[in-house]
Design a protein around this ligand. Structure first.
Ligand code: XMP
Length: 527
């Protein structure tokens, strides 16, 4: 599958530790490029994804100690196939080619690559003939995941074949020193010992030290933020979510009271959320708590169109935030909790010509309207790393592991027009669902779980009375990236408990249903 190209990483303070020994992952358009990066980071080695046409000089300037060439959908023989600066392959820099990366390496260095005209997908058994190097400690035969078109028939001069499969004569090759390549995908879970192969490359071939730890990140980021911000003042919108919480805490560690955080209570938050945010961050940060519920609910009265709701909330949020900023006085910088997947995907989102499914309003509108310099201290971290950094900074687990929550909050979970009463009904039902999920120890096992209040009313019987009450839906999904999702197979007895408690404890609700739709064709939220 093809993915649009990644943005060229910027250099300079605030964009990541540029002096750190770095592994460069060159992106040739594989759907697995991000996965390679995550595996490398999991091995405690810092890495960044670069466009495939990055030059050797650029890599040298960034302190790159080794390169991984990703897979990709192209054939090396295709016109316009993505290429590589040959200086990267001159043997003086450790390089691991994966799939297309291997074919390209072979092609550039004069090996024999055949265009098969068809792709081979699926599991294969790789027979390893030469151990040592990237295969140190592995067995004679290893399961591996194949997904490739071209194959290498003969390695380039100076290279030997390290492994084969029943259909692929050169499943891995090397010059025995710095250059290695594999036809299969070590980054995917279907290659059980893939992580070891990558670790061997990082530690044995590149000489990585495994010093990419949350503590090291915090230390460097704090020093960098101090140097960049100097004695200027910053402001940050705290949403209660993980990313903004970690970004704000990190910046506060660097500049203390010169960071002001603004927490806007839109009246659309979950049960006790505002209280928790204030109790957790009030003592740690200079925090302004704005109770703007009347304002938001006033503007939303009678509005039932989801996109109108989003537009109103986005606009009102920016207004609230600006008002607070102007009260703080002189502010020069805006702190945002942007994380690495946002950075990687932003180019593709910007250039998307396809139909817009939903407008996602967070504080995304802020930088454009506020002409402040933006500081994004997490823009090189994956979500799991953000959580580990948060733990290092002493942020409570409950906040770090909280499910994502949409910027427009409960406004998109009360279907149709919103009022305080309906919000309150939803909040109570949602709290019961989450409480029971936690009690069953399943909260972390699902990516997102919540209740939705529908405008449907149905007949019921409670005691000896007929009721005509609201229909409430429960939604729980499992997903890696929120782009696709599956409904969570929650145990029936848990669903039964939740349903019984909701109809008994939440006035006005007499029927509970469980949403068993996947994304696509449904979305995670109902609006
Ligand atoms: P959908 O419903 O599009 O949601 O499958 C995917 C993820 O995005 C969240 N979401 C939003 N987040 N503003 C946000 O900040 C929004 O308007 C918005 N709409 C959906 C949703 O909760 C899920 O995690």
């Amino acid at each position: 599958m093809n993915r649009p190209k990644v943005a060229r990483p910027e250099t300079g303070v605030g964009t990541g530790p540029s002096s750190r020994a770095t592994i460069a992952i060159l992106d040739f358009g594989s759907q697995y490029t991000q996965l390679i990066a995550r595996r490398v980071r999991e091995s405690r080695v810092y890495c960044e994804i670069f466009p495939h046409d990055v030059t050797r000089a650029e890599l040298d300037a960034r302190g790159v100690i080794g390169v991984i060439l990703s897979g990709g959908p192209a054939s090396v023989y295709e016109p316009g196939a993505p290429g590589i600066d040959p200086a990267i392959l001159d043997g003086t820099l450790p390089v691991l080619g994966v799939c297309y990366g291997m074919q390209l390496m072979a092609h550039v260095l004069g090996g024999d690559v055949v265009a098969e005209g068809k792709r081979e997908y699926g599991p294969a058994t790789v027979e390893i003939g030469e151990h040592g190097g990237i295969f140190e400690g592995l067995g004679k035969a290893e399961r591996a995941w194949m997904s490739h078109g071209d194959t290498v028939r003969k390695p380039p001069a100076g290279f030997v074949t390290l492994a084969r499969t029943s259909t692929v004569p050169v499943a891995a090759m090397s010059d025995g020193r710095t250059r290695y390549a594999v036809q299969f995908h070590p980054e995917v879970a279907h290659t059980p010992h893939g992580a070891e192969i990558l670790r061997n490359f990082l530690y044995r071939v590149c000489g990585a030290r495994g010093d990419w730890t949350p503590a090291a990140f915090v230390e460097e980021a704090v020093a960098e933020l101090r140097a960049r911000i100097g004695d200027r003042h910053a402001i940050c919108a705290l949403s209660g979510g993980v990313d903004s919480a970690v970004a704000a805490t990190l910046v506060a560690r660097a500049i203390g009271d010169r960071l002001t955080c603004v927490f806007v209570d839109t009246g659309l938050l979950r049960a006790n959320e505002a209280e928790e945010v204030v109790a957790t961050f009030g003592p740690r940060l200079r925090l302004i708590h704005v109770d703007a519920a009347d304002r938001f609910l006033g503007k939303l009265a009678g509005v039932d169109d989801p996109e109108r709701k989003r537009a109103i909330i986005g606009e009102e949020f920016v207004r609230c935030f600006e008002e607070q900023a102007s009260r703080v006085g002189e502010v020069d910088l805006l702190v945002q909790g942007t994380i690495y997947p946002d950075v990687i995907e932003s180019r593709s989102r910007d250039s998307k010509t396809s139909a817009r499914i939903k407008t996602h309003h967070n504080v995304g509108g802020l930088p454009e309207v506020m002409s402040l310099e933006v500081v994004e201290p997490l823009r090189r971290l994956f979500k799991d790393e953000v959580r580990r950094v948060g733990a290092e900074l002493g942020i409570p687990e409950d906040i770090l592991w909280r499910h994502p929550f949409p910027g427009p909050g409960l406004a998109v979970r009360v279907i149709g027009p919103i009022d305080r009463e309906r919000l309150d009904t939803l909040r109570r039902a949602d709290a019961i669902f989450i409480e029971e999920l936690r009690a069953a120890d399943l909260y972390r096992g699902v990516a997102q779980a919540f209740a939705v209040l529908t405008p449907v009313r149905s007949v019921g019987v409670q005691g000896d009375y007929r009721t005509y009450g609201a229909l409430l839906a429960l939604r729980a999904v499992t997903t890696e990236d929120f782009m696709t999702a599956d409904w969570a197979r929650l145990p029936y007895d848990l669903l039964e408990r939740v349903s019984a408690r909701i109809v008994n404890e939440v006035p006005g609700v007499n029927r509970v249903v469980y949403d068993i739709s996947s994304k696509p064709p449904s979305t995670i939220e109902w609006e």
